[in-house]
Structure formats: C-alpha cells, structure tokens
Design a binder for this molecule. Structure first.
Ligand code: ADP
Ligand code: MG
Length: 705
C-alpha cells in the first residue's frame, strides 16, 4: 500500500518530481527544503478564475478568465510621457479578439510574444473608440504546451492561489509543484489535540493544507483574501497554539527556579510612602501590587513593565528597589545609554538618599580608578542601588547580594545581556521596563517568559502636547516661537538626528547648530550642548545645568531620546525629523509635556518620502503611544519593529502576528487551558513531545529558562 505515496512531509524537495537542482536551489533561498516547508509557503492572495469564458462569450463589466493566444503585441505611443504603453491582442477558439493594455509595460515585450498561450484574468471593458472588448492591466499567466490538461485546469476555471514568485519559480510553477506534491503525499498526521479540534470545530490538518492551497469550489473569496477561510484559520490557529504552548512551558520552567522571597511588611510600606514625592496613579498602584506579589513569591520575578513615555515607570522601579533594599539586597538599574543611566542616577539619588540608601553610577567612560573604587563598594554591599550601562555587566563587577535588576528600555538590550545578569546573583528578580506599548497578548508572546504589567494612565494634570510640522525654510518662525517661550521662563530642546554610523557627523551638526543658535539667534540666552562624544562628566554637567535652569536651550543629538526629565522644558524642536523612526520621535516628544504648562513639539523636515510623511502625519495626529506603536509596527513590519533576533520573536510561517492578533488571543487562551487542565496526561505528554521536537528548535525556545 505505502508505495502509492511517493512523498511525505520530510521528503527533501530535490526528490520531488518537477523540482530539479536549479529550482531546489532557488527554493532554498526562502528556506524551503522539505515538502513540509513547501506546503507552508502560503498563497498571498487568491483569484476567482471560475468564470472561464471564450472571448466571444465575454460581456463588458464582468470579471472573467480567458485562455487565448497572443496574436500581436507592441510597445506603443506616449513615448514622451514615458508611459511605455504595452498593447497585445489575443485570439482563442471562438476567433474573437480581445485587446489588453498595460501602462509601464515595457517589461512585457519579452514575455507576451505572439504565439504564446496565456490565461488572462481581469475586468472586461468596452472600448468605445475601437468598438472592441479590452482588459486594462489584466493578471496573466503563461501556459506551456506541456501543461497536461489536468494541470492546465489548475490555473483556470477555479479559485486559484497566487504565490509570490521565488526567483524564477513563478506562481504557476509553484502551483503545479504544490498540486503534484499534494496528490502524492502520504496522509498528513494531525497533532492538534482532539479536544481542541472538536471544541473549535477545526478541520483536520491535511484537509486544511489542501484547502489553503486549492480552495474548494464555492469558496468565499473575500474570506480567503482576508486569511479567514476555515482552512487558513485552522492553520494559523495551530501555529499560534504550539508557539503558545512552548512559551507557557518555558515560563513554567522559569518559575520553578529558586528565587528570593522578599518580605513586604509595614516597615517597607512606610519607607515607600516616605520616599514618594507625589500620589501614585491608580495604574502605578496596580502594577506595584503585581510587582510586589512577584517579589514576595519564592521564585524569581520575570516581569515586563510597559507604559507610555512619561507614564511614570521610574518611580515604580524605585518602589520595587525599596522592597529589595529593606530585605538586605542590592539593586542594579540598567540602561542602554550613559545618558539614561546618569538620568536614572540623578532621579533616584535624591529620592533614595532621603531614606539613607547609597546610590551609585557606573558607566563605561569612568576611569579605572573610579571603577575599581565602585566595584569594591558594590562587592562589600556598601552601595544599595547601582545605576549603570552594560559596564555593570562586566565580569569583574560583583554584587554582594544582588536581589533586583531593573532593565530599562528592553528594546535596546539583547537577551544575552539579560542572561549574563541572571548569572550574577543567585536568581535575582528581573523587572524590564519599556515604553513601547503593544497589546498584552502580543507582549506576552514577543517577550516570551516575561509576565506583563501595564501602566495605562498618565500622571494627573498633563496637557496633551501640541505637535506641529514645519518645513526647514520656516526656521525663523520656529526660533521666534522658541524665544517667546523662553521669555516666559520655559526651556527647550533642539535635537539633531544621529544615524548610527555617523555619530561624528551628527555631533558636528549639533556643534555647528549650537554655535549658530548661541551666537547669532539667541545671543542673550544660555544655550547648552549635549552629545554622545562628550566625556561622562560633561554630559552629566550639561544635564544638571539644564535641570537647574542654568541652561535654557539644550542642543542635542538623540542621546536625550530616553530618560531626561525636566518638567519646565515645554518645547521640543526636532530638526530633520524625517530621518527619525516613529517610536524614536514619540520618545523624543515625551521629553516635554511633563509639567503643568502647555508643551509643544515642532517637527522640522527637509526632504520627505512617503513613509516619512506617514510618520510625521501620525505624530501630528496623535499622542497615544499605543496607536503610534501600532502604526510603527505596520510601517516597519514585525521583524524590524521588535528586532527579531533580540526579542526572540518567532518566525511565523502562516500566521502573521499583526494581522492575526485575535487568533493569537484565542490560541493563547486554549493553550493555557490545555496545559493547565489537559484532558488526559497522555494527551499532554503527546503535545509536549511535539512542541519539543518540532517547535523548540525552530523558535529557539530551548535556549532560555
Ligand atoms: P517614564 O515612564 O517615561 O519613564 P518617568 O518615570 O520619567 O516616566 O516619569 C515622568 C515624570 O512624571 C517624572 O517627572 C515623574 O516624577 C512624574 N510622575 C510620575 N508619576 C507621577 C504621579 N503619580 N504624579 C505626578 N507626577 C508623576
Ligand atoms: Mg523612563
């Protein structure tokens, strides 16, 4: 019996008929190596070609497919306007003529040569000028003579899948190969637990795979193109389900580690109260309760604290720090940049030294003498809170008893660094802070083993920042607006773009602008300068001066992107705003609007492309970090947005984390229930085995926990 199936999921594509070495090599560029890989190559859209007619049968206004031969073709007219109009005439067995036109169709001249047989798909128009039927920009596929009748029927007369071509393997070839594989493949095993399949009425895996590639007659084209046909739903669900199972197992493992059970008694509560300079918001109280619950449990905390810029995450970190310190432990506060580390230091020091705690700063630019002095204090336990950059993670930095690590802006921190840190103490509690608000389920998935707390409320009395876009030629008007604000006692930032590879250039631009502003535009105003190349001491001094109001305008590169906290600063001018990313602009804007006065953000641009225009428009339209993150995600795509390698974001094949968020939520809920209350131990065992074998390797889930 088994001989009738010539392939199974693990068959290498090189063994599949129709895939020679050349094609196999091309498919490999998209990581398609086995039959299973190929079957996971999803059509990106579908076309209803069931309405197949002869040319003579066509009626104006309908969408139709015809199979015909090119009778003539030419590149015509409009040369001057460079439209490259390509025109072709087609003839079929009914001997009627159909014309088709493509603007910018130069590339077609070599493809649609007279004599070629094609399937054309598009809307039939009546050309009143020639009195003939025509299609404008129809989809088409070349048919070859060796297409057997059965296979030719794959491409017309039905709802057909359209694949993105892989190098020279075009959609038609992919369709043919996939169809052939499906006709020869051994029954496809379904690993999804029966209980779940029954409850959600999911079709079995083999059927779903078939129907995803070759939808049955009468399929709803709209559902298909929205990736919500029953077959697509089933496969998307499945991918998320296994991913979530893997993540839940990993989180479960992380929770089995031994951690510190901090005591949270009245004395600790009293100390926290004494420290607080203001009343926490309801959201801050809620997240502190979540953090405190984690900290008092005998397992290491792995928690992500998410809150829009300015929502007051740092004070929550300070509260958590007090819990650790009062229990006799030390706290590390990690930041991605020196400026941010210094800022934490400046923010926490007065708050915590009020309680008699020692706060220190350690960054890479400290002299060896300073460093070794600090390291000694740390190892002797004489420093309670160490703020710092990755310098804190160096091998020779030893804490006497690290109990809590707070990592700010996880975005810019590799998982590796986080792990390095976990090896330092026994298993310290870890609190990761990020200002990129994404939906909870997404966060739980993207940040893997982290639990998520969200501050969804800004401190009271904040006025929404007014954001404007101006072109660079209106700099004068911007400066006079700046002057007015400064005359009223406010302060301002003027920011220059830093592009990774040209920090020096940005520094020069900032220096030049600093000279220009301080000498020519604002001779009576104190203008400061801050950039990454300044020695740590000078950076700190510049920030301190700005904070104390000794500097009114701070000219800066993006080093101030995160963390700077000066409530009296009400104007943020961003030059060449078109060069910044959306999240970065939102972060920068978040430096103002921290006090009671109305704040302004002015985005100045020079040359914009469409994407930049979209970013600027989004910023002008909304202050909502959630909407901005969503737009950012859309504009950049999940991979780049999350920095896949850093965050451990899985590479999904069928599911799309953005498009399929609501399926992700359903899958997560079912995975959770399945793991917590499996229908039988055997079924759980089977499922975990599958996760282990198939998924951990692919998603790299084994590396952590
Ligand atoms: P972020 O979440 O961006 O790190 P910060 O922690 O820098 O925000 O807080 C922004 C500003 O709001 C700081 O000046 C902080 O002291 C202040 N702040 C935070 N929480 C409150 C609150 N509950 N009431 C008043 N001001 C607050
Ligand atoms: Mg912050």
């Amino acid at each position: 019996m088994y001989t009738e199936f010539s392939v199974d999921l693990s068959t290498p594509l090189t063994y599949v008929k129709g895939v020679g070495p050349a094609r196999a090599a091309m498919l490999e560029t998209k990581a398609l190596l086995t039959v299973e890989d190929l079957l996971a190559y999803v059509p990106f859209r579908y076309e209803d070609r069931s309405n197949t007619k002869t040319i003579a049968q066509l009626a104006p206004g309908e969408m139709a497919t015809v199979v015909a031969e090119v009778s003539s073709a030419r590149l015509a007219g409009f040369r001057r306007r460079n439209l490259g109009l390509f025109e072709a005439s087609f003839r079929d067995s009914s001997h009627a003529v159909l014309r088709a036109k493509w603007f910018h169709g130069e590339y077609l001249a070599k493809t649609l040569e007279p004599g070629k047989r094609v399937a054309l798909f598009g809307k039939v128009e009546f050309d009143s000028y020639t009195g003939e039927l025509a299609m404008l920009h129809p989809e088409f596929e070349l048919l070859t003579d060796d297409d057997e009748d059965a296979e030719a029927a794959l491409h017309v007369g039905r709802v057909v899948p359209v694949y993105e071509a892989i190098s020279k393997v075009n959609t038609r070839a992919l369709r043919t190969i996939i169809h052939r594989v499906l006709s020869q493949i051994a029954p496809i095993q379904d690993h999804l637990p029966t209980s779940i399949r029954d409850r959600l009425k999911l079709m079995d895996r083999g059927t779903a795979i078939r129907q995803m590639h070759f939808p049955p007659p009468e399929s709803d084209l709209r559902l298909l193109n929205a990736f919500r046909s029953p077959a697509q739903f089933r496969l998307i669900f499945e991918e998320f389900f296994w991913l979530e199972c893997g993540l839940l197992v990993r989180r479960g493992k992380a929770r089995e580690q031994l951690g510190i059970a901090f005591e949270l008694n009245d004395r600790v509560r009293e100390r926290i109260k004494t420290m607080l300079p203001f009343k926490p918001t309801a959201a801050q109280k809620r997240v502190l309760a979540e953090i405190a619950r984690d900290m008092s449990a005998p397992r290491p905390m792995h928690r992500l604290l998410q809150g829009d810029v300015g929502s007051g995450k740092t004070i929550v970190a300070a509260e958590a720090a007090i819990i650790a310190i009062e229990n006799g432990y030390q706290v590390a506060m990690l930041a991605p940049t020196e400026i941010l580390a210094a800022q934490h230091y400046l923010y926490l020091k007065p708050l915590l030294s009020k309680l008699g705690y020692v706060v220190a700063l350690l960054t890479g630019s400290f002299s060896d003498r300073e460093k070794s002095k600090l390291k000694k204090l740390l190892s002797e336990g004489l420093v309670h809170v160490a703020a710092g950059t990755h310098a804190l993670l160096e091998k020779d930095v030893e804490f006497r008893n690290l109990g809590l690590a707070v990592i700010d802006e996880q975005h810019r921190f590799g998982v590796m660094q986080r792990l390095g840190l976990a090896h330092k103490g026994m298993h310290p509690d870890v609190l990761v802070m990020t200002a990129t608000p994404i939906p909870r389920t997404l966060a739980l998935t993207v940040y893997g083993e982290l639990d998520v707390s969200i501050i969804d409320e800004l401190p009271p009395g904040r006025k929404p920042i007014k954001t404007r876009h101006v072109t660079a030629d209106r700099a004068e008007a911007v400066y006079s607006f700046l002057k007015k604000q400064i005359d009223e006692g406010r302060q301002a930032y003027v920011v220059y773009p830093v592009i990774e590879e040209s920090e020096t250039q940005a520094m020069k631009a900032a220096e030049k602008m600093h000279a220009h502003l301080s000498r020519e535009v604002f001779p009576d105003v104190s203008v400061g300068l801050l950039h990454g190349r300044l020695p740590a001491r000078e950076k700190e001094a510049a920030m301190e001066d700005f904070k104390r109001g000794r500097i009114q305008i701070l000219v800066s590169t993006t080093v101030i992107e995160v963390g700077v906290d000066v409530p009296n600063a009400t104007v943020m001018v961003i030059e060449q705003a078109e060069r910044f990313g959306l999240a970065q602009l939102h972060q920068l804007r978040g430096r103002v609007g921290r006090g009671a006065d109305q704040s302004h953000c002015i985005l100045m641009t020079e040359r914009m492309n469409d994407a930049a225009r979209e970013r600027i428009r989004t910023l002008v339209d909304t202050n909502d970090g959630f909407r901005i993150a969503e737009m950012d995600l859309k504009l950049r795509g999940p991979g780049e947005f999350f920095g896949t390698r850093q965050s451990g974001l899985p590479s999904l094949r069928i599911a799309n984390i953005l498009r399929d968020q609501e399926i992700l939520e359903v899958a997560r809920a079912h995975a959770q229930e399945f793991i917590e209350r499996p229908p039988s131990p055997a079924e759980l065992h089977r499922a975990l085995e599958y996760v282990h074998g198939h998924w951990e390797r692919r998603y790299g889930l084994v590396q952590v926990g």
